[in-house]
Design a protein around this ligand. Structure first.
Ligand code: HEM
Length: 498
C-alpha cells in the first residue's frame, strides 16, 4: 500500500521527466557531446542491452565511432571502445581524479569501508590500498603467501584423487580453492569446503554472485538520478546484502579478534583490527576483496581449462613446458611456472578472449572535461569496453581465435601499458591484484593439467562445447557449470606431488 502511495505521488514528476527527456534530450549542449543514438533506438533493442551490453555497445561503436554517448534512463553514459580512447580515459585518472567509480549501491546509515567503490582516491582509499599492498598485492606479499597457495591446491588435489573416474563439477572445486586461498591471505581462515557441498557454502556462494550481479547492474537511482533519494528498493536490497555480509564474516571476526597478532605472522585482518576499524567495516572490506578476487579468477581458470581441453596440441605443449622447466623432482615449483613463456601466453590469451569483466568498474566524471575534443559533462558515467578492444581487428590478427603464440616474443604484459590488452585495466585505479590473480590461475591449471587427464561425461559433445557451456553474459557467468571426469596420469608421480 505504502509503495502504491509513493508511486502515485511521484507519477506526475516521472511523466514530466520522461516528456522533457524525449522532447528536448539532455540539458547541456548536445553538439559537443560524443555522437550517439537517440534513446528510442535503445528501447527497440532493450534485450540486447540488458543481456549482452558489451556486444550492443560494440555494435554502436561501429556506427558512431570509438567514443560515443548514449542515454540510459536519465543517465548520460560515454563509452570508449578503442585503444586510443581507452588510453585517453584511463590515463586521466590522477590522484585529483576525473574518472572514478560510480557507487552502484549505497548503504545508508553505515560507515561502509570500500576500495573498489571509493569515489575518490582519498586518504581512506590510500591507506587501505597501502595495507593491501603490504599483505596481499606486492611481490613480497605474494612470495610470503606461497605456502597458502600450495596448501589450498593440495586440498584440491586430495579431493580430486577421491573422485577419480567420477563426473564432478570442476567449477565448484576451482571456486572453493581460489576463495580459500584469498580468504586465508585476508584472514587466515577457510570459507568453503573443497567442493562447496554444504548448505552454508551454497548460501555464501549465492551471496557472492548476488554482490557481483548487483554491483554490475544499475539501480533506479543510477539510471534516474533525480530518484536517487527515493530509490528505497536499491537501498533496501543493499541493506539486506550488508546484513548477510556481516553474518558471513561474523564468527571469523569474533574468533580472530580474540587473538590479534602483532608479529611477523600477522595478516590483512590483524592490521585492520589494529587500526581500530569496526567489525562491520572489516566485514564489508573482506567481502569486497573476496568478491573482487574469486569470481574473476575462477572464470579465467575455468575458461582456460575449457580451451586446453578443446585444443589438445596446446595442452600437450603446456604439459611439456611444465615438465621441462617447472619441476622439482615430480613436484611443481611455483616460481618456475612464471618462466614458462608459452603457459604465460595461454593465460594472457584467455584473458584477452574471455575477460571476466567486459567494462571493469564504471567510472563517473567528477568534473566536466574534454576527451578527444568532445565535452564529457560532470556526472557522466564512463565505460571502457575492454571486451571490444580485446577483439578489435585493428589490434589483433584473427581476434576471435585462441592463439597463445601471438603473445610469444611480444612485450605486451598484464599491466595495461599498451592499452590494447587491459584485463586488469590500467592507470591508478587498475586492479592491484593482477600478479596475485595470475599466480592463482597458473598454479591451479598447472596442477590440474599436469597430474590429470580429463574427460567429458558421456552426455557432453565436445564439438559444440561452446554452445553447451551456454551464452556468456557480461560477467561471463556461464549458464551450465563445467563437469569433467579426472583420471590420474601416473600414480607414482601423483603420489610424490602431494
Ligand atoms: C583474473 C582475475 C582478476 C581480474 C580480471 C580483475 C580485474 C579487475 C578490474 C578490471 C578492475 C577495475 C579497474 C578499474 O577500475 O580500472 C579491478 C579492480 C580491483 N580488483 Fe581485480 N581482478 C582480478 C582479481 C582480483 C583479485 C584476486 C583481487 C584481490 C585479492 C582483486 C582486487 C581488486 C580490487 C581491490 C580492485 C579495486 C581497485 C581500486 O579501485 O583501487 N582483483 N580488478
Amino acid at each position: 500500500m505504502m509503495m502504491l502511495i509513493i508511486f502515485m505521488v511521484f507519477l506526475p514528476f516521472l511523466f514530466i521527466y520522461i516528456l522533457k527527456y524525449f522532447s528536448f534530450g539532455v540539458s547541456h549542449d548536445q553538439s559537443q557531446l560524443p555522437p550517439g543514438p537517440y534513446p528510442w533506438k535503445i528501447l527497440r533493442n532493450i534485450s540486447l542491452f540488458k543481456n549482452s551490453p558489451h556486444i550492443a555497445f560494440n555494435n554502436l561503436a561501429k556506427i558512431y565511432g570509438p567514443l560515443f554517448s548514449i542515454r540510459i534512463g536519465g543517465q548520460l553514459v560515454v563509452v570508449a571502445s578503442s585503444q586510443t580512447t581507452a588510453k585517453e580515459i584511463l590515463k586521466n585518472r590522477t590522484t585529483s581524479g576525473r574518472f572514478l567509480p560510480s557507487l552502484y549501491y549505497s548503504i545508508p546509515g553505515t560507515t561502509h569501508l570500500s576500495v573498489v567503490t571509493a569515489k575518490e582516491c582519498d586518504d581512506m582509499w590510500k591507506s587501505l590500498r597501502t595495507i593491501g599492498q603490504s599483505y596481499i598485492f606486492s611481490s613480497k606479499a605474494i612470495e610470503a603467501n606461497t605456502l597458502i597457495r600450495k596448501n589450498k591446491v593440495m586440498d584440491m588435489m586430495n579431493y580430486l584423487r577421491t573422485k577419480e573416474g567420477e563426473s564432478l563439477n570442476i567449477e565448484n572445486v576451482i571456486f572453493a580453492t581460489i576463495s580459500n586461498i584469498v580468504a586465508n591471505i585476508l584472514a587466515s581462515r577457510n570459507l568453503f569446503s573443497v567442493n562447496l557441498d554444504g548448505i552454508a557454502d551454497r548460501k555464501l556462494v549465492a551471496l557472492i554472485h548476488e554482490i557481483v550481479g548487483k554491483s554490475s547492474s544499475p539501480g533506479l537511482g543510477d539510471l534516474f538520478p533525480i530518484f536517487e533519494r527515493i530509490d528505497f528498493w536499491s537501498k533496501r536490497s543493499a541493506m539486506d546484502m550488508y546484513r548477510l555480509i556481516k553474518f558471513a564474516w561474523g564468527d571469523i571476526i569474533k574468533e580472530r579478534r580474540a587473538s590479534i597478532r602483532h608479529d611477523s605472522e600477522q595478516d590483512f585482518f590483524d592490521v585492520l583490527a589494529q587500526n581500530a576499524y569496526s567489525d562491520d567495516q572489516i566485514a564489508s572490506l573482506l567481502m569486497e576483496f573476496l568478491t573482487a578476487g574469486t569470481h574473476t579468477t575462477t572464470m579465467t581458470t575455468v575458461m582456460l581449462m575449457i580451451k586446453l581441453m578443446k585444443n589438445q596440441e596446446i595442452l600437450f605443449r603446456v604439459r611439456d613446458e611444465i615438465s621441462n622447466q617447472a619441476l622439482d623432482g615430480n613436484s611443481i615449483n611455483e616460481s618456475r611456472l612464471s618462466e614458462c613463456q608459452y603457459f604465460q601466453a595461454c593465460i594472457k590469451e584467455i584473458l584477452r578472449l574471455h575477460i571476466p569483466g567486459a567494462f571493469g568498474v564504471p567510472h563517473r566524471a567528477i568534473e566536466t572535461c574534454k576527451v578527444n575534443n568532445y565535452t564529457i559533462p560532470k556526472d557522466t558515467i564512463i565505460l571502457v569496453n575492454f571486451w571490444a578492444i580485446h577483439l578489435d581487428p585493428n589490434n589483433w590478427e584473427d581476434p576471435e581465435s585462441f592463439k597463445p603464440e601471438r603473445f610469444l616474443g611480444s612485450n605486451i604484459d598484464f599491466m595495461g601499458a599498451h592499452f590494447q590488452f587491459l584485463p586488469f585495466s590500467a592507470g591508478q585505479r587498475m586492479c592491484p591484484a593482477a600478479n596475485v590473480a595470475v599466480k592463482n590461475v597458473q598454479l591451479i591449471v598447472a596442477y590440474l593439467v599436469y597430474y590429470f587427464d580429463w574427460n567429458f561425461p558421456d552426455d557432453v559433445n565436445q564439438s559444440n562445447l561452446d554452445e553447451i557451456m551456454g551464452k556468456l553474459k557480461t560477467t561471463f557467468e556461464k549458464e551450465n557449470p563445467l563437469c569433467l571426469i579426472p583420471k590420474i596420469r601416473e600414480q607414482h608421480i601423483f603420489e610424490q606431488c602431494i
